[in-house]
Every structure is written in C-alpha cells, then in structure tokens.
Design a protein around this ligand. Structure first.
Ligand SMILES: Nc1nc2c(ncn2[C@@H]2O[C@H](COP(=O)(O)OP(=O)(O)O)[C@@H](O)[C@H]2O)c(=O)[nH]1
Ligand SMILES: [Mg+2]
Length: 366
C-alpha cells in the first residue's frame, strides 16, 4: 500500500467513526497516525518547511478559519475598514486576504485563510502553508455555519493532523538529553505512563539517555507531544454565523453545546445582517490576551486615543523595552495610575506588573 492509500484509508475510517466516550481514545490514535503519514508525505514531496511570508503588521494577528461559504469574507468585510484594507496577497496554491480592525485603540490584523477543506490540503503542500499562516497568528477565529455546527469539530481535527493544537497548553514535561545513564523519570507524584512505555516511546525518537520530569498528570500522547518541536499551540474562539437563518433558541442551544464540548467562547453572529458584531470584536480582543497602557509624558497629558498594546501581565520594564528598546536599561522608575496600584501616580519600579487601562509615566536616568 502506498502512503497516499494508507492516508486515505485512515481518513475514511476516521470519518466513519462516531464520537463518543468509547471511541474517543481510538479517534485520538487515528489522528496521530494521520498526522504522522501526512508529515511523511510532505517530506517525500520535499515541501516540509516551505511556508510563505505574510507580512505581520499591527498589534496582533487573528486567523479566520472555516469551511467555504461559512461567511469568512463577509465577516472580514464587516469588521475591517475598507479603506485600510491592504491589497490581496496572491500565492500559488493559497490566497490569504488581510484586513485591519481597529478596536479599543488596537490595530488587529485579520487574515482570511480560504481553503482549509477536509483532506484537500494533503499532497499539494497546502497544509504546510496553512500552518505557516496560523503560526504567525496570535489566535484563531473559527467561522462556523449555525446550520452545520459539526464543522467546528472537523476544523479542529483537521488542524490537529497539521500539528496545530487548539485551546490546549503544551504539556508540562521537561526532557533533558544525557550522555549516559539510561532513562530517569521524576513523576513528582503525578499519574504518568509506565516506565517501559516511556522508554520505548523515547527510543522511537532515538533518545536512550534522558532525564524526564513531569509537572502534571500525563499520557503517552502528552509525552509524544512534548517530544515534538513542530507542534503549534493556539487559542481560539468560534463565531457561529448565519443566526438570522435559524430560530433564536436553536442558535443559543448550539452555541452552548459547542462551548461546552470545545471549552472555547462561542459568539452568535450574522455577518450578512450585521448582528452581534460588537460582541465578536470584544471576544476577539479579550482572547488576544493583550492590555491597553496609556502613556503620559511627565507634566503632559496622556494620549487616550492611542494606547500602547502589550501582552497581559507585562511589567513597567516590558513597556520601556517596547518603547525604547535600546535605552530601556536606563529606566529609573515609573508613576502609575489605574487598577494595578493603590494610589494615583504611585511610584513603582520596573518589575511592577501593570493592568489593562493603566496610565504610565516612565522616568529614565539621563
Ligand atoms: N443569511 C446569511 N447569509 C450569509 C451570512 N454570512 C454570509 N452569508 C452568505 O453566505 C455566502 C458565503 O459567504 P462568504 O462570506 O463568501 O463565505 P466564505 O466562503 O467563508 O468567505 C454568501 O452568499 C453570503 O452572502 C449570514 O450571516 N447570514
Ligand atoms: Mg471567502
């Protein structure tokens, strides 16, 4: 059997297997096998690592992912300013259409990725290209037709076989190669696989001497993910579109169900009738894990129109680095007003953690 035939066979078995508690494990194994064959196929075709460049601009990037006709282009057109829309990028087998959304003072680049159709990416290297776009994205926004909600599961699985894990964290397992001494395992009281299984899995990766530390309960699948540097972890939200075409109760039942099974926020929208677009923007913004910091020059007024957009949990020093990468080490202290402090204009050091909406004045050594 050729690799292509094997791939097709596994996909057929996969799509015939119904989701339930009993088949869950089997499906997981199938997904792993499909991912492995797909990797081998793309290596054979010499297309591994052939990504393509999308210019990353703005404060953050969102990838729109969905089946054809789910409403991606309509949504992009709704929320991005036509004037600020950049010309389309054309690529040989894949086109990515970018738009810019301004929200809460942040410039958010939205990339419409057409062509993520079940199975279609295989063989043309298309899968790797999709991966290269998703890798530069901070989050994914799935666009799903409310009339066909199971699209969401298919999309998540499709990405899984492309080594993209949606809404999951990298396993907290430390792997340290050693020169000798065999495999040493530190379970730290967590539930971990049997030693012989760990040894044989590491053996497949040609790791015969290593120190393995678990910081969480883990399965062999988790360990296999920890061994793999090609896996991308990304968080996502779902836009459940075309709610104008169904009963309101039906739409909310579906939204709740998807939220429960996938653990991600689901926003009900209609791109065509422009329903709930504000909630969609808000959901995107809060999933981005960024915050707004208002900069106030000493003795001047803060610019309330253009906040600095920076990762949540950033410190005063992170802000200094983002503003003045070369002179950040000259930071003396800062004055902060807002939720992260008790008083307004409170004197803080570089290590102080800021919160969304804080106002900051930086003081540097001359
Ligand atoms: N009724 C309805 N139709 C929609 C909605 N959003 C998109 N459509 C229609 O669905 C079709 C596909 O939309 P499009 O944005 O091109 O989908 P894409 O292939 O995901 O980019 C078009 O005919 C749209 O007018 C919606 O919210 N409600
Ligand atoms: Mg489209």
């Amino acid at each position: 059997m050729t690799l292509e035939e094997k791939h097709q066979e596994l996909r057929t078995e996969y799509s015939k297997t119904k989701y339930n508690k009993a088949t869950n494990k089997h499906l997981g194994i199938l997904r792993k096998k499909i991912a492995k064959i797909r990797r081998e196929l793309s290596e054979k075709k010499g297309s591994t690592g052939v990504g393509f460049a999308v210019r990353k601009t703005g404060d953050a990037t969102v990838a729109l992912v969905g089946f054809p006709n789910a409403g991606k282009s309509s949504f992009l057109g709704d929320i991005t300013n036509a004037e600020s829309r950049i010309a389309d990028y054309a690529f040989t087998t894949l086109t990515v259409i970018p738009g810019m959304l301004e929200y809460n003072g942040a410039k958010i680049q939205i990339l419409d990725i057409p062509g993520l159709i079940e199975g279609a990416s295989i063989g043309k290297g298309g899968g790797r290209k999709i991966v290269s776009v998703i890798r530069i994205a901070d989050i994914i926004a799935f666009v799903v037709d409310v009339n066909n909600p199971s699209q969401l599961y298919k999309l998540i699985d499709e990405l899984f076989t492309l080594d993209i894990r949606v809404n999951s964290e990298p396993p907290r397992i430390r792997l340290e190669r050693r020169k000798a001494g065999g495999i040493d395992i530190e379970a730290n009281g967590h539930k971990v696989p049997a030693k012989q299984d760990i040894v044989s899995l590491l053996g497949e990766a040609k790791m015969y001497n290593a120190y393995v530390v678990f910081y969480q309960n883990a399965t062999l699948d988790d360990l296999s993910d920890a061994l793999d540097n090609n896996i991308t972890y990304v968080s996502a939200i779902t836009l459940l579109n075309k709610i104008d075409t169904v009963d309101r109760d039906y739409a909310s039942t579906m939204a709740k169900e998807l939220e429960k099974t996938t653990g991600m926020p689901v926003v009900q929208i209609s791109a065509a009738k422009r329903i709930n677009l504000e909630s969609a923007k808000e959901a995107i913004f809060s999933r981005l894990d960024v915050m707004r910091i208002y900069l106030k020059p000493k003795g001047g007024a803060a610019d309330m129109e253009r906040p600095l957009i920076i990762r949540k949990n950033s410190t005063v020093m992170d802000v200094a680095k983002k503003l003045h990468s070369k002179t950040a080490n000259l930071l003396k202290h800062a004055y902060v007003s807002g939720r992260s402090v008790k008083f307004s204009n409170q004197l803080v050091g570089g290590e102080h953690r800021l919160m969304d909406g804080d106002m900051v004045t930086l003081a540097f050594d001359k």
